[in-house]
Design a protein around this ligand. Structure first.
Ligand SMILES: [Zn+2]
Length: 57
């Protein structure tokens, strides 16, 4: 059986907030997107942190 299709893996990004995945327009660019193109969150690549405990304990 001939498989005319091949799976091409490209580097992309995934938003940690809305799970949106996209491929950068410029694959050669080392720069990460400033924000998620879907939810516009500038923290798309930041791990979700727990609520910052207030200094009181
Ligand atoms: Zn997003």
């Amino acid at each position: 059986m001939v498989m005319p299709k091949v799976k091409i893996t490209v580097w992309g990004f995934r938003c940690g907030r809305c799970k949106y995945e996209w491929v950068p327009r410029d694959p050669d660019s080392k720069d990460e997107p400033k924000f998620c193109p879907s939810c516009k969150s500038p923290y798309w690549n930041k791990p979700r942190k727990n609520k910052v405990a207030k200094a009181g304990k």
